[in-house]
Design a binder for this molecule. Structure first.
Ligand code: NAD
Ligand code: 572
Ligand code: ZN
Length: 349
């Protein structure tokens, strides 16, 4: 087996280095993986360019990458459900499994979690990586490693649509047509949403959203939140049942409240400023439920089924492909959005 483990490591602001690290030894309940595909997430770009997201600060060198899939090369002695050669999607957050939240099935809220590429935890943009075997999901033969890596952002969409209660016939507004808004569009449609309207500030993102099945798009360059909500209402034939906020900007959150029908739900995925001024009394007096979304729990199996059955074609989000050795160009493409970049994928093989 190889002895080198080339890894993409953030050392400082805009200081990304490709460096060899030791190949880890899997513990009894872990598997060693040869990494296949790793998608670049906005959070990887933030850690590289700002060394921080909120209170999470890169204080020592950290391997980037958490949207990933690979192939099992070695199993710990207690691993039963996987074998050498199996290709897997890697769920990047491994919780403690013992606290009340873990036991209640809400392990995404566990305080004692290892989450790839959230400081201080290393990610898996590297050649070899070990992971808890029970957070690795075997890919069916017809699902590629790229699709395995896309299970991660897609699971955010599955969790959000579940939290929002998307159902047969729902009318849905999605704010923001980045990768997260787009996976929500695909998942909401697959869960039976009858009509989806999606917003963005950037025209080419809305064009992709149309190709992916959006019924209406709204360019939100100007207009107050109330005015924009009226435009959504006009396009959708009334206020929407559900709003899925995927950008975190204050005007977008306000618009989402106004556009949601009384008794409806707005879920907030996007993270902008820590404090936001919003018409909460408008929401309260109309019983618009506002729900948070934090990553996902128990979503990988359904996500994989949706991909394997062909009900969701998530591969269409990939706009650019690079090799691990080309990580600098890959991150520059993701950072600038050059060439209409949406999802940038890195091959580690
Ligand atoms: P992104 O930056 O690629 O996409 C955001 C999109 O929103 C962009 O296309 C941008 O043009 C658009 N936008 C900005 N202001 C807008 C406005 N006022 N109205 C409409 N659109 C607007 O990011 P992404 O990768 O798609 O992620 C979206 C958000 O979700 C980020 O804030 C990210 O941190 C967050 N996120 C949260 C979770 C979670 O668990 N809650 C998980 C993943 C991502
Ligand atoms: O795919 C997981 C993921 N989660 C994101 C962003 C991008 N990708 N979140 C937004 C930032 N938060 S956080 O709590 N944090 C830095 C840990 O502010 C996590 C969820
Ligand atoms: Zn992410």
């Amino acid at each position: 087996m190889a002895t080198e483990n080339l890894s993409a490591i953030v050392y400082g602001k805009n200081d990304l280095r490709l460096e060899n690290r030791p190949i880890p030894e899997p513990g009894p309940n872990e598997v060693l993986l040869r990494m296949g595909q790793v998608g670049i997430c906005g959070s990887d770009v933030s850690y590289l360019t700002k060394l921080a997201i909120g209170h999470f600060i890169v204080k020592s060198p950290m391997v980037l990458g958490h949207e990933s899939a690979g192939t099992v090369v070695k199993c710990g002695e207690k691993v039963k459900h996987l074998k050498k050669g199996d290709r897997v999607a890697i769920e990047p957050g491994v919780p403690c499994r013992m606290c009340d939240l873990c036991k209640a099935g809400r392990y995404n809220l566990c305080q004692d979690v290892y989450f790839c590429a959230t400081p201080p935890d290393d990610g898996n943009l590297c050649r070899y990586y070990k992971h808890a075997a029970d957070f690795c999901f075997k890919l069916p033969d017809n699902v590629s490693l790229e699709e395995g890596a896309l299970c991660e952002p897609m699971s955010v969409g599955v969790h959000a649509c579940r939290r929002a209660g998307v159902f047969l016939g729902s009318s849905v507004l999605i704010c923001g047509a980045g990768p997260i808004g787009l996976v929500n569009l695909l998942v909401a449609k697959a869960m039976g949403a009858a009509k989806v309207c999606i917003t963005d500030l950037v025209e080419n993102r809305l064009n992709l959203a149309k190709e992916l099945g959006a019924d209406h798009t709204l360019l939100v360059k100007s207009g107050s939140p109330e005015e924009l909500a009226k435009q959504v209402e006009a396009a959708m034939g009334g206020c929407v049942d559900i709003t899925i906020e995927c950008c975190g900007a204050e005007p977008s959150i306000c618009m989402g409240i106004y556009a949601t029908k009384s008794g409806g739900v707005m879920v907030i995925i996007g993270h902008g400023p820590a404090e936001v001024k919003m018409p909460i009394i408008n929401a309260a007096t109309r019983e618009v439920d506002i729900r948070g979304v934090f990553r996902y729990a128990n979503c990988y199996p359904a996500t994989l089924e949706m991909i394997a059955s062909g009900k969701v074609n998530v591969k269409r989000l990939i706009t650019h492909r690079f090799k691990l050795e080309e990580s600098h160009q890959a991150f520059e493409t993701a950072r600038t959005g050059a060439g209409g970049a949406v999802k940038v994928m890195i091959s580690c093989e």
